[in-house]
Design a protein around this ligand. Structure first.
Ligand SMILES: Cc1cc2nc3c(=O)[nH]c(=O)nc-3n(C[C@H](O)[C@H](O)[C@H](O)COP(=O)(O)O)c2cc1C
Length: 317
């Protein structure tokens, strides 16, 4: 049974950490799974060509902790053969799925025909899905947007993806043109789910588990299979837990310590110290002395020093 079937066979909603470039590395994914073991985690996107050409890159980004399972690696590109090669490499690292990025709106990405660019290059998009679906054992999924500049094509596009072999589609409720502006529109996703057999997962502006469960409901029934959270999970892995869970101060610090430990076990010390800063700033967002803390962290060069600052924080409340 693949990871998608393990949810659908039990009629369990799919709750997922969304892919975020610069954030969803092994350490953050493991931290989210440590706090919320029932979720699925998606990686930040990696270049299919990069994984194909550079085994050291593959080793660095695909090595992970089994706590992350089910783990889906997201890749971008636009050459079917590169996707296939990258997909096979991902499979060999023991991940549970491969997700294709068909939603990134960034100009330089779209200009190369990657990300959202694949929404308007359908033949190529379907070839990519098909070659992966035919040749991998793990399921192939797609993350896309409502459409290019409207959502008239969404159902047709989704049907083609399903026919090409996609096993799940995540839709961010904005168009490529909107990028991140305006509110996410979840309505068109319900029609998409009705038109497809495979699960549709909604994404966009979802703050936490309770918000997500409400958003996927339509007329008192579950209208989508699940939801993904991106921005609201930063510094807040508790957002995936039921009941609007609020961690105590001690829990917050303990999870920050664990995040640091995962970071250290997956990256070189100087890189770990540097990269943990942005995460720690998120964990402490809204607390009055976060600025002072950020200043302290900015000069830190060793894990021991970082851990010491955390120990200091522990005593604050
Ligand atoms: C910093 C950042 C990086 C992102 N990187 C990716 C990415 O690599 N792949 C992807 O499909 N979406 C990426 N996204 C989009 C998110 O997955 C998500 O679709 C979007 O943020 C809307 O969800 P939210 O309202 O829960 O944040 C990124 C978003 C942010 C804020």
């Amino acid at each position: 049974m693949n990871w998608i079937e393990s949810f659908t066979s039990e009629n369990k909603p799919i709750v997922a950490l969304a892919p975020m470039d610069g954030y969803c590395d092994s350490a953050f994914r493991a931290t989210c799974k440590f706090v919320a073991p029932d979720i699925v985690v998606f990686s930040e996107f990696y270049s299919a060509d990069g994984l194909h050409h550079n085994p050291l890159l593959a080793e660095r980004v695909l090595t992970h902790d089994p706590i992350e399972h089910p783990l889906v690696f997201q890749i971008f590109g636009n050459t079917p053969e590169m996707f296939l090669s990258a997909g096979k490499i991902i499979e060999s690292y023991g991940a549970q799925g491969v997700d294709i990025n068909m939603g990134c709106p960034v100009k330089k990405v779209v200009k190369c025909g990657y990300g959202s660019g694949l929404m308007i290059d359908r033949d190529r998009a379907m070839k990519i899905v098909n070659i992966l679906a035919e040749n991998l054992k793990i399921p192939v999924t797609v993350k896309t947007r409502l459409g290019w500049d409207g959502f008239e094509e969404l159902i047709d596009f989704g049907k083609s993806l399903e026919q090409a072999g996609a096993k799940l589609i995540t839709v961010h409720g904005r168009t490529r043109q909107q990028a991140y502006t305006g509110d996410a529109n979840w309505e068109p996703m319900f029609d998409l789910q009705k038109a497809l057999k495979i699960p549709v997962v909604g994404n966009g502006d979802c703050k936490n588990y309770e918000d997500g469960m409400q958003r996927i409901e339509k007329n008192g029934e579950r209208g989508l299979w699940g939801f993904m959270i991106a921005r609201w999970s930063l510094g807040n892995p508790w957002c995936f837990l039921a009941g609007n869970y609020e961690p105590t101060w001690q829990e917050r610090i303990a999870v920050m310590e664990r995040h640091l430990a995962y970071m250290v076990s997956s990256k070189w010390e100087n890189r770990a110290c540097l990269e943990i800063r942005k995460h720690f700033t998120h964990y402490l967002h809204g607390f009055e002395w976060v600025r002072e803390f950020r200043k302290k962290l900015a000069t830190v060069t060793s894990v021991a020093e970082t851990a010491w600052i955390l120990a200091e924080l522990r005593g604050l409340y």
